[in-house]
Design a protein around this ligand. Structure first.
Ligand code: SF4
Length: 243
């Protein structure tokens, strides 16, 4: 009987000399040794090397990703991590929840200058759609309800633009914050991905929360004192007065 190997040298079931010659003649195996006769299966070798290549390349390699950016500090580690995963990252600013307009502009300018600093291409929708936010949350101002609506509003626009512009995936810097509901954000992202036909990239960016703070200080980025909406500003003020 002839010994049959796969590409890693693992022994498969042996075969007859006649079968081994047929495999060699058809280019489906290569001869490792004549006496004793040992062959290596070409298909197994090709499949294995393809699998090894796939396993060793980063998950985002060769793929584009539209990243919803909530603010400069949260963008720091998030951009680095997604780039490290191989994605070609483009930022997307859409935060109609941020109130008042001055605060919105301050956060927008912060990410704008940081994006220039780190060579991040950005997509900027026109205008400030505060009305869209207030209409969406009207009657649902309790925190749990309004945050779910707020995530859906911002991620919904991100998924839509990702689809229109041909990105392979979308994600959000909201995934970095321990103050945001990560599981809920992931669920909404995956639901929108199915609707739009663009992958939602979930990565547990919270691992980089400490690094985010360090990078934000290092780059002198503006650090806001509340999440964004007028309700969160009020809640933050009340919390600090209570302390
Ligand atoms: S607290 Fe933050 S996430 Fe929740 S609704 Fe306000 S801005 Fe949106």
């Amino acid at each position: 009987m002839v010994t049959v190997l796969d590409a890693s040298g693992q022994q498969l079931a042996p075969c007859s000399p006649e079968k081994a010659h047929r495999l060699l003649a058809g280019g489906r195996a290569r001869l490792v040794s004549q006496d004793p006769m040992v062959i290596e299966l070409a298909l197994v070798a090709a499949l294995r090397s393809r699998r090894v290549r796939a396993e060793s390349s980063p998950p985002g390699e060769g793929r584009s990703l539209l990243l919803h950016v909530c603010c400069g500090p949260c963008a720091t580690y998030s951009i680095n991590r997604l780039r490290q995963m191989g994605f070609a990252v483009t930022g997307f600013w859409y935060n109609p929840n941020v109130h008042p307009f001055d605060e919105h502009e301050r956060r927008r300018e912060c990410i704008s200058s940081y994006a220039r600093e780190v060579g991040l291409p950005m997509v900027w929708p026109e205008g400030y759609e505060a009305q869209a936010y207030f209409e969406a949350v009207a009657g649902h101002e309790a925190r749990a309800e309004r945050c779910a609506i707020c995530y859906r509003l911002r991620l919904g626009r991100t998924a839509q633009v990702a689809k229109q512009r041909g990105f392979d995936a979308f994600s959000t810097t909201l995934l970095i914050s321990p103050y945001q509901k990560q599981t809920l954000i992931r669920g909404i992202g995956e639901e929108l991905a199915t609707q739009q036909g663009v992958e939602f990239c979930f990565e547990n960016l919270r691992r980089g929360w400490g690094e985010r703070g360090r990078l934000a200080r290092e780059h002198g980025l503006y650090q806001q004192q509340y999440c964004g909406c007028t309700y969160s500003e009020q809640e933050a003020t009340e919390r600090s007065r209570a302390r």
